[in-house]
Write a protein that binds this ligand. Structure first.
Ligand code: COA
Length: 258
């Protein structure tokens, strides 16, 4: 891999860093392929949490690579969107919780990566936006679909139609960002939250993610049926016996992830 680095911690927390600093971590097709391959690798290894971040303090990801896109024909553009969609699906549809540690520019494709993650922690200098229509294109890595689901259609449309950039505080107010931390501390804060998640029953967390995802796709009754099934399934796991048993016996649970 040239542009994506993976670190696997002993604590079950993996960090995927997009590292193409000379272009503010902009995404050309190779970078997107590498993100997808790395996430596939991680999915098979099964860490408890995946954190996604950008190298350096200036930029998370400054968007899709405009120079690379400027020479694409429609078929190449379609292929680029498809590999982007596949990679983003590995963030939000994978059973492993994902946290974006947003350490600077999160524009266009960068914002799309952030919103494909389950949770976003932003440094004070983070800047979010969808500048695509100003380039005569549109967000093609899931932005038009995920942003309305996250912040509601009116705010999403305003951001996508105007291309206006917003600071971390406004992003937090509209629900785009969970927490803001001082500049340089997004990854540290993401690791702290990841440790909290990793301390819980891993099978339970995975099923909880699947159930919460279902809420966005189906009607309430179907979602509740799904939740009841997932709830019941967990009672067949050792982790559930351990977790509830540990409470009753007043000791700390030792989860095995099965
Ligand atoms: N695609 C391709 N290259 C990009 C890029 C992108 N999205 N974002 C930054 N870069 C490159 C610049 O071309 C420059 O390369 P160079 O040094 O070879 O000329 C390098 O990264 C540094 O960027 P620069 O513009 O000099 O930094 P800056 O601090 O002055 O501005 C931004 C930072 C993010 C405001 C500016 O780079 C920008 O507007 N980028 C495009 C953002 C965008 O529209 N993204 C959505 C694309 S769909």
């Amino acid at each position: 891999m040239d542009y994506v680095k993976l670190e696997r911690g002993d604590d079950g927390v993996a960090v995927l860093t997009i590292d193409r600093q000379e272009k503010l971590n902009a995404l050309d097709p190779q970078v997107v392929e590498e993100i997808g391959q790395s996430l596939l690798e991680l999915e098979s290894e099964g860490p408890r949490v995946i954190i996604v971040t950008g190298a350096g303090e200036k930029s998370f990801v400054a968007g899709a690579d405009i120079a690379a896109m400027s020479t694409m024909d429609p078929l190449e553009a379609k292929r680029f969107a498809e590999i982007g969609h596949a990679a983003m699906a590995l963030l939000d549809k994978s059973p492993i919780p994902t946290i974006a540690a947003v350490n600077g520019f999160a524009l266009g494709g960068g914002c799309e990566i952030a919103i494909a993650c389950d949770i976003r922690i932003a440094a004070e200098n983070a800047l979010f936006g969808f500048p695509e229509v100003g380039l005569g294109i549109l967000p093609g890595m899931g932005g038009t679909q995920r942003l309305p689901r996250l912040v509601g259609p009116a705010i999403a449309k305003e951001l996508i139609f105007t291309g206006r950039r917003i600071k971390a505080e406004e992003a937090r107010m509209i629900g785009l960002v969970n927490h803001i931390v001082p500049q340089g501390e997004a990854l540290k804060a993401a690791k702290e939250m990841a440790a909290e998640i990793a301390a819980n029953g891993p099978v339970a967390v995975r099923h909880a993610k699947a159930a919460a995802n279902r809420a966005l796709d189906v009607d309430l009754i179907s979602g509740l049926e799904y939740e009841a099934d997932q709830f019941a399934l967990l009672f067949a796991t050792e982790d559930a016996s351990e977790g509830m048993g540990a409470f009753v016996e007043r000791r700390k649970a030792e989860f095995k992830g099965r």
